[in-house]
Design a protein around this ligand. Structure first.
Ligand SMILES: O=c1ccn([C@H]2C[C@H](O)[C@@H](CO)O2)c(=O)[nH]1
Ligand SMILES: [Zn+2]
Length: 134
């Protein structure tokens, strides 16, 4: 199983590859699945601003393309002194593949700054169960 430090290092490495010429705000995300596979993503901006995508979305795409289904833990690394927590859309994207207790670690270049559960960041959430429990 990948250690939290190796997941942090993976997030840091992918953050450096972000394509963020407009915001100049690079973000990296690294997911480890229950079976220990690591998938990463970075934000990819676009001259048509709304078309840009978040780091978390990239990491989730990589996970699905790589055969992963379940997020065990995720590290998100942004820039600056503030906590860079996933945007609302990405909280919902994570929700699809994680449980309420899944850790979401928010990092800066020096290390993990704070860890949340998904339920803390997205309480009373809507998910796949809402569509199946009918
Ligand atoms: O959790 C976050 C927050 C922001 N961004 C990206 C989107 C945009 O490219 C830039 C500035 O918002 O950072 C992410 O990738 N993930
Ligand atoms: Zn987002």
């Amino acid at each position: 199983m990948a250690s939290l430090d190796s997941l942090f290092q993976a997030a840091k490495a992918i953050q450096a590859k972000a394509y963020a010429p407009y915001s100049r705000f690079k973000v990296g995300a690294a997911i480890v699945t229950a079976d220990g596979q690591v998938f990463t993503g970075c934000n990819v901006e676009n001259a048509a601003y709304p078309v840009g995508s978040c780091a978390e979305a990239g990491a989730i795409s990589a996970m699905i393309a790589g055969g992963g289904h379940r997020i065990a833990q995720i590290v998100v690394m942004g820039e600056g002194e503030n906590l860079v927590t996933p945007c609302g859309g990405c909280r919902q994207r994570i929700r699809e593949f994680a449980g309420p207790d899944t850790p979401i670690h928010i990092a800066g270049p020096e290390g993990i700054r704070r860890s949340f559960t998904l339920d803390e960041l997205l309480p009373f959430s809507f998910g796949p169960d809402n569509l199946t429990d009918r």
